[in-house]
Write a protein that binds this ligand. Structure first.
Ligand SMILES: Nc1ncnc2c1ncn2[C@@H]1O[C@H](COP(=O)(O)OP(=O)(O)OP(=O)(O)O)[C@@H](O)[C@H]1O
Ligand SMILES: [Mg+2]
Length: 285
């Protein structure tokens, strides 16, 4: 279920009003892995991922999603097949909750796709279990839940359809640390089930923890496609240029270096930082 962009250009609007937003993007999102898309605000991340389920179509070029080819010529009717493959979780998805109970909300998509009541219920229960929402909440109104719980219900609604590709646009935005940790668990769980996960994130610690592959967007282009470790070992000047941060451990190490510490490699996780500090201290003793 790899996703390949081939010379994709995209503009919102037409004619003289059109402005190129995606510029000549050729890249591949690997199947069965977690790919993080990062980049400063307005760099085109949300626009890019909306090409994965055909919500937007390339103005030029094509996107190949498994064996589906999306071009400017693709008809709405053909998109039904694509949408069954790609589950999309938008920013603040809880704003789309509407049903009387949590369970009904999560069942809605499956029923809409023509599943019978029992199958839809079982899929919804499995999805709610997967997002870690305890069953005592399933018969409640979704609006009686906390923000983080509502977010999980909304994500369950997408997972219940069991799509092989799941796209999450800033799923952790506004969640407390516990909610964010739950989300990391969920993404790793999805990967275990061989899903292809695409995650837009502004949190470099999260990217470092979960991502197998990263795409960096800058002014409508993909300017880096590599593992998080390779990425976060790029020179500091590069991060300044593209307005991105290092993971917290890397920033911390940077501060220590400003005070004369030396590290063989830039630590990128808490574990690596602790180990590097330990080595430094040992050397000085
Ligand atoms: N519906 C639209 N019509 C016209 N221009 C748009 C539309 N949506 C986005 N844009 C423009 O396209 C560019 C890319 O926007 P996009 O939302 O893809 O960025 P992003 O990387 O997701 O940013 P953020 O991190 O803030 O979510 C921006 O300049 C934005 O103003
Ligand atoms: Mg966005």
């Amino acid at each position: 279920m790899a996703i390949t962009f081939e010379q994709v250009n995209f503009s919102y609007g037409q004619g003289s009003l059109s402005q190129p937003i995606l510029k000549d993007i050729s890249t591949t999102i690997p199947s069965g892995k977690i790919t993080a898309i990062i980049g400063q605000t307005g760099s085109g991340k949300s626009t890019l991922v909306q090409h994965i389920n055909g919500l937007l179509k390339p103005t030029n070029g094509k996107v190949i999603i498994n064996d589906f080819e999306l071009t400017s010529q693709t008809k709405e009717k053909q998109l039904v097949a694509l949408r069954a493959q790609v589950g999309m979780v938008f920013q603040f998805p809880e704003s789309q909750l509407f049903a009387n109970t949590v369970l009904e909300d999560v069942m809605y998509g499956s029923l809409n796709f023509g599943q019978d009541h029992l199958a839809a219920k079982e899929a919804a229960q499995a999805a709610l279990t997967m997002v870690g929402l305890p069953s005592q909440h399933w018969d409640k109104s979704p609006f009686a839940l906390s923000g983080g719980q509502m977010r999980r219900v909304a994500i369950a609604g997408t997972l219940a359809l069991n799509p092989p590709i799941i796209v999450l646009d800033e799923p952790a935005a506004g969640l407390d640390p516990l909610g964010q940790a739950e989300l990391v668990k969920l993404m790793l769980n999805l990967k275990k089930q061989d899903k292809t996960v695409v995650l837009i994130s502004h949190q470099m610690d999260q990217v470092m923890t979960v991502a197998d592959w990263t795409l960096v967007m800058h002014q409508g282009q993909v300017i880096a496609a590599e593992t998080p470790t390779t990425l976060f070992n790029r020179p500091l000047s590069w991060f300044k240029k593209v307005h991105l941060d290092l993971p917290t451990a890397g920033q911390f190490a940077q501060q220590l270096m400003a005070q004369g510490w030396q590290f063989k490699e830039r630590p990128l996780t808490l574990e690596q930082l602790a180990q590097a500090i330990n080595q430094e201290v040992t050397i000085h003793e």
